[in-house]
Design a protein around this ligand. Structure first.
Ligand code: ATP
Ligand code: MG
Length: 283
């Protein structure tokens, strides 16, 4: 299973829009996907068409109550399951205060679930796990980064776009050094991109050169990060879809937004294949 946390501590950059539409894009391509909503705002849950609180268990019960993932996930379409969030999740830091190893809870949960599946002779239930992170680098984002192999970073072309990036990279580095050596930054996706504007072109170029320079330094956690060729254009349909509880593919299948997220899903899927081959070659 490939596991991807969609993270950026900056608010409103397109994390949730990307998590949901990437998850559905992959599901439509035939991958079995689990979308995990780790944001107490529960926007990804709503966007995926699940009403927060309408199911007895949520991500809170997995993190705090020790429930297996399978007990709390909800089917939300073909090839797609959602681990819903709930406003309760905002109290997770307090509920887990004093518990040692509290940033490792999700990771240990996933490992225990995988062992149970293997012991029962069941195949892995998902090809992808996509985690929507909240706009902070607190305990929920740390749990996500400790549990996944890859981070996907949505950036909005903005003159301060790179501001704050060093903090996220530092966090990825710390998590990869101390708790999750598999963690790497998969790449950056430019969201709400306004093609043809000087700002978007300049920020796109700055981000490219920043990661090209990182690649030269061969940093283990983010030296191989790419800037995805797909730029998600600003598209009003993408902003409308969440209030209908629909992905862009259901809400406006002929929109730019649907085309961009289908292209991103294909690129991410391709990147995972390249990584797998790379790992195999290196092994
Ligand atoms: N490409 C786009 N075109 C137009 N609107 C967009 C696009 N991407 C996202 N939006 C809108 O911008 C707003 C912020 O997007 P989103 O909720 O995905 O960001 P976020 O990073 O998850 O925010 P938060 O940090 O609050 O969780 C939302 O209203 C969303 O519908
Ligand atoms: Mg969000």
């Amino acid at each position: 299973m490939r596991s991807i946390a969609v993270a950026n501590q900056k608010g409103g950059v397109g994390k949730t829009t990307t998590s949901v539409n990437l998850a559905v894009g992959l599901a439509r391509a035939g991958r079995r996907v689990c979308l995990v909503d780790l944001d107490p705002q529960a926007h990804a849950t709503l966007h995926a068409g699940v009403m927060p609180g309408s199911h007895p268990l949520s991500a809170y019960d997995v993190l705090v109550g020790g429930q297996p993932l399978a007990a709390a996930t909800v089917a939300a379409g073909e090839n797609l399951c959602v681990l819903p969030s709930h406003i309760d999740l905002s109290a997770v830091e307090m509920a887990l205060a004093g518990r040692s190893g509290r940033e490792l809870i999700l990771r240990q949960r996933l490992e225990a679930d995988a062992r149970c599946n293997a012991d029962a002779g069941h195949a892995e239930p998902f090809d992808y796990m996509v985690i929507d992170c909240p706009p902070s680098l607190g305990l929920l984002s740390l749990n996500a980064m400790a549990a996944v192999d890859e981070v996907l970073l949505p950036l909005q072309p903005h003159f301060l776009a790179l501001h704050g990036l060093s903090k996220l990279l530092e966090t990825i580095e710390l998590v990869s050094e101390h708790v999750n050596p598999r963690l790497r930054l998969l790449g950056v996706v430019l969201c709400m991109y306004e093609a043809g504007t000087r700002l978007a072109t300049e920020v796109g170029r700055d981000v490219q050169s920043f990661f090209a320079a990182s690649a030269e330094k061969k940093h283990p956690a983010w030296g191989s990060a790419q800037v995805f060729e797909t730029r998600v254009r600003r598209n009003i349909r993408l902003a409308e879809a969440p209030s209908f509880g629909q992905s862009i593919f259901d809400y406006a299948p002929d929109s730019y937004g649907a085309a961009d997220y289908a292209a991103l899903a294909a690129e991410v899927d391709q990147a995972a294949a390249v990584l797998r081959d790379g790992v195999r070659r290196a092994a």
